[in-house]
Design a protein around this ligand. Structure first.
Ligand SMILES: [Zn+2]
Length: 108
């Protein structure tokens, strides 16, 4: 088993799990029960994690997740505005070319 995702809110993780299962990748969410206790536990210990059952499917799973998390898959050429300096940036840039601020919609 291999972890392919962690750190997002539980509802996002559940969505990713659905996508992976649709792609034929067996997976499960770890720490699901702990997430409901959020507030009593340090964030990193209870943040939900998505695991694939078969290691050899982890690369494909990562690709599915990355695709799903792209800000707007229907309009890849869309520009985004930097929150920091207001600069207009091309969609393929994850950080503002002027001030280096990360696009908030771009996954790490
Ligand atoms: Zn900027």
């Amino acid at each position: 088993m291999k972890r392919v995702w962690s750190g997002s809110p539980l509802h996002d993780t559940a969505h990713l799990q659905n996508l992976l299962e649709q792609a034929g990748i067996g997976c499960f969410i770890k720490h699901r029960e702990l997430a409901s206790a959020m507030g009593d536990l340090p964030f990193l210990e209870c943040s939900p994690e998505l695991w694939v059952l078969r290691d050899e499917q982890s690369l494909r799973a990562t690709a599915v997740i990355r695709e799903a998390l792209r800000p707007d898959t229907d309009a890849p050429a869309a520009h985004w505005h930097c929150n920091e300096c207001g600069e207009d940036n091309e969609a393929q840039f994850a950080v503002c070319w002027r001030c280096g601020q990360r696009d908030p919609a771009t996954p790490e």
